[in-house]
Ligand binder design. Structure first.
Ligand SMILES: Cc1cc2nc3c(=O)[nH]c(=O)nc-3n(C[C@H](O)[C@H](O)[C@H](O)COP(=O)(O)OP(=O)(O)OC[C@H]3O[C@@H](n4cnc5c(N)ncnc54)[C@H](O)[C@@H]3O)c2cc1C
Length: 260
């Protein structure tokens, strides 16, 4: 099992500022720094760590479990993505053979290009969560009787359901179009940002509406909605936050950088 270490305690949305670095030591490097919020860190056999070389260029280094000075404490107390272990990568003068450096990966654009693939996957995954919430709410609304008839027969409930299925369809179409462009090798990172942001925002809103349709049952673990709601709170943050993806779209359409 592997993990991907980019985020640091003081550098999340702005990974260019990363402090993790290495010095050369003959045919080895000496790696120092810390990564935080790393999925699978507590169990991973290897960690792909992004760190600055002596010239300040970002490089990828494979760190292996068992190397002296390398530890992976687990992050406890998460209320989201609880099935996935998250942890830190602590790198205290870890001596690593130079053969563990990714030879062709130079510069921040390399880890960021990995994120483009992950973000495309997330755009579909978030809509999958939204579909599960919608299906659950639709089934429940047709079965749940109040005031002598199924709540699905009330206009206010139909408005929620009709808007959910419309929003899901729009997000699916955006993702599908992006998939067509990717197959033709034409999808841009900015288009992927738009789809990731849209899917997460749509799914978060749909999960909340679906939870409402189930009334008190919506907060119960007997139904999947609350789990999706909590998990989506991570999904909207990781692989670039909601705000960061908006700024990427803003820069794409205006040509002006509003990040800093
Ligand atoms: C469950 C989970 C798993 C994760 N797994 C991994 C992993 O495997 N590998 C990895 O490297 N990272 C991982 N992350 C980290 C994730 O990518 C970061 O949390 C994310 O990039 C945001 O960084 P941050 O949390 O430091 O927030 P910050 O960057 O501190 O942002 C805080 C807030 O400020 C906003 N903000 C920041 N800059 C601006 C700006 N210029 N303008 C407007 N608003 C701004 C953000 O949008 C956010 O709302 C994971 C996170 C979670 C929650």
């Amino acid at each position: 099992m592997g993990c991907f270490g980019l985020t640091e305690p003081d550098f999340g949305s702005n990974p260019a500022g990363m402090l993790t670095y290495f010095d050369e030591d003959g045919d080895h490097i000496l790696l120092n720094g810390a990564k935080m919020w790393i999925s699978n860190a507590p169990f991973a056999d290897i960690a792909l760590v992004w760190a600055k070389d002596p010239e300040g260029k970002v490089r990828g280094v494979i760190v292996e479990r068992g190397m002296e000075g390398f530890s992976t404490p687990e992050t406890k107390g998460k209320w989201s993505l609880r099935a996935s272990a998250t942890g830190e990568l602590v790198l205290d003068n870890v001596r690593i053979p130079k053969t563990n450096l990714l030879p062709e990966a130079r510069g921040l654009k390399v880890p960021l290009s990995c994120l483009s693939s992950a973000r495309y996957g997330i755009a579909w995954g978030a809509i999958g969560a939204a579909m599960d919430c919608y299906d659950t709410a639709l089934r429940y609304a047709k079965e749940r009787v109040q005031f002598g008839r199924p709540i699905a027969g009330f206009q206010l409930i139909q408005k929620k359901l009709a808007e959910m299925v419309t929003d899901i369809t729009k997000a699916q179409l955006l993702n599908w179009r992006l998939g067509v462009l990717r197959n033709a090798d034409k999808a841009t990172a900015e288009q992927i940002s738009m789809a990731k942001r849209n899917a997460c925002e749509t799914a978060t809103r749909i999960a909340r509406e679906a939870r409402q349709i189930l009334g008190a049952m919506g907060i119960s673990g007997e139904y999947p909605i609350m789990r999706h709601m909590m998990n989506l709170e991570s999904v909207i943050t990781y692989e670039g936050t909601h705000e960061v993806h908006l700024l990427i779209t803003g820069m794409d359409i205006t040509g002006l950088n509003a990040f800093s």
